[in-house]
Write a protein that binds this ligand. Structure first.
Ligand code: T3D
Length: 262
């Protein structure tokens, strides 16, 4: 695990909380924070005690995307393809391939990659005061961190293009009503609600939840026939899990199930 304080990391009740922690820079991403966040998600992949992840930001913002202080063009032209390949793409792949729920609590402004990382999580809650900005257009860039893939799928091409081309801020209520995020929560209730949701999911049948995530993500590129076959295969796998046996046994015995995440 990385020792950097740019990511605060804590495991409790099966939930690995990862907090972006560069509040003076609105939690914008420098290399150190990238590596520390990656280490957090790698731990989530490897550590059986982690059964859900809660991602949020410290201070008044969630994340302003790339730290532009590290990108001064007056000092030379950076190879942004290299940084996408080295930092943002691996992060997105770690989030999407983690077969455990990733909850995101957007506590304030989410701009550039910050917005698209929030949209890539499994369940995203936002504070009522939060706003989402595809800031890339303001500096001549292209939406990254899966934005060009996720936005049209979540909200359709017309809205995706308008957000990306204008870089207009989108308020949290509209983001929820468009289906970009799950729910808006009053600012002072956001973290309580997000933690309660993460703890609830961490106590759930992790294997089945992970397979569900895999299936829903696969639907974006599968035909119906492919998807039906996948559902058959994943149901077979889920049906062999200890948590399935516990869930049905608990139902038959009229008691609450105690899932172990296996
Ligand atoms: O480069 C590559 O590797 C390619 C990958 C790119 C991915 C990307 O994310 S590109 C997009 C980069 N992000 C932006 O363009 C957003 C820039 N920030 C803003 O437009 C605004 O800060 C916000 C709309 C997000 C918030 O505005 P506001 O008025 O609430 O806050 P502020 O006053 O602008 O910012 C507060 C502080 O955070 C300020 O520092 P200071 O003056 O108090 O010392 C500001 O400079 C700093 N800050 C905000 N965003 C960034 C940042 N510092 C570095 N990088 C930032 N992205």
């Amino acid at each position: 695990m990385s020792e950097s304080d740019t990511i605060l990391s804590a495991l409790a009740d099966g939930v690995l909380s990862l907090t972006l922690n560069r509040p003076d820079k609105l939690n914008s991403f420098n290399e150190e924070m990238h590596l520390a966040l990656r280490a957090g998600f790698e731990r989530a992949h490897q550590d059986g005690d982690v059964r859900a992840v809660l991602l949020t930001g410290a201070g008044r913002g969630f994340s302003a995307g790339q730290d532009l202080g590290d990108r001064d063009p007056r000092k030379g032209t950076p190879d942004l393809g290299h940084t996408i390949e080295t930092f943002y793409n691996p992060l997105l792949r770690l989030i999407r391939s983690l077969e455990k729920p990733v909850i995101c609590a957007v506590n304030g402004v989410a701009a550039g990659a910050g917005a698209n990382i929030a949209f890539a999580c499994d369940i995203t809650l936002a504070a009522r005061s939060a706003r989402f900005i595809q800031a890339f257009a303001k500096i001549g860039l292209v939406p990254d961190s899966g934005g060009t893939w996720n936005l049209p799928r979540l909200i359709g091409e017309a809205r995706a293009k308008a957000l990306a081309l204008t870089a207009e801020p989108l308020d949290a209520e509209t983001a929820a009503s468009w289906g970009l995020i799950w729910r808006v929560v009053d600012d002072d209730k956001l973290m309580d609600e997000a933690k309660a949701l993460a703890i609830r999911l961490a106590a759930g049948p992790t294997k089945g939840l992970g397979l569900t995530k895999r299936a829903i993500q696969a639907a974006a590129t599968n035909s119906l026939d492919d998807q039906l076959d996948l559902e058959r295969d994943l149901q077979r796998e889920a049906g062999r899990s200890a948590d399935y046996a516990e869930g049905v046994t608990a139902f038959l015995e009229k008691r609450k199930p105690e899932f172990k995440g296996r």
